[in-house]
Ligand binder design. Sequence first.
Ligand SMILES: [Zn+2]
Length: 186
Amino acid sequence: MSADAAHPPHTHLTPDTIRFCPLCGAGLVRQPVGPDKRPEMVCPGCGFIYYVNQKVVAGTIPWQDGRLLLARRSIHPAYGKWTFPGGYVDWGETVDAGALRETWEETGLTVELGELVGVYSYAGAPVVIVVYEATVTGGTVGRAGLSIHGGGGARFPGAPDRPRLTGSGSRQRATHVTSVSRSLVR
Ligand SMILES: [Zn+2]
């Protein structure tokens, strides 16, 4: 069985897939809204306008002793690809707090956030990705949930089966992050 058959494509909430009002349950109807008459999904029952926006993903590039930690995805999309720890920011949570929490949940490491590496978005992608540099302050890789999400693994590069992403300059790091984040959303 192929990985794709075992793991059907991830589905996302998009302006084309929403059908019902989340407040009253009525069927939504596409109608022109606002001064520019932009078509939006509107509820004929309660008037709710369902604006679909990207979700915010917060992640970190954890560094420890000159090494960069990466995790391997065990969910779709981008199953099996290396990425950095991160995930959706929860309702009521700051982006910073989300980055710290996701890093802990996925790697077992506590980190201190450093500089903002970048904010990444791509036309048609359902997420905006906010990435921070981070310094490992505690924990042990693998003690917590490990990987994204399940058995994929989280590792520091260096061994033969690990990606060689060991650039030290911020520009190199940003290049790594860009390529990794692209694989995350495609
Ligand atoms: Zn409604």
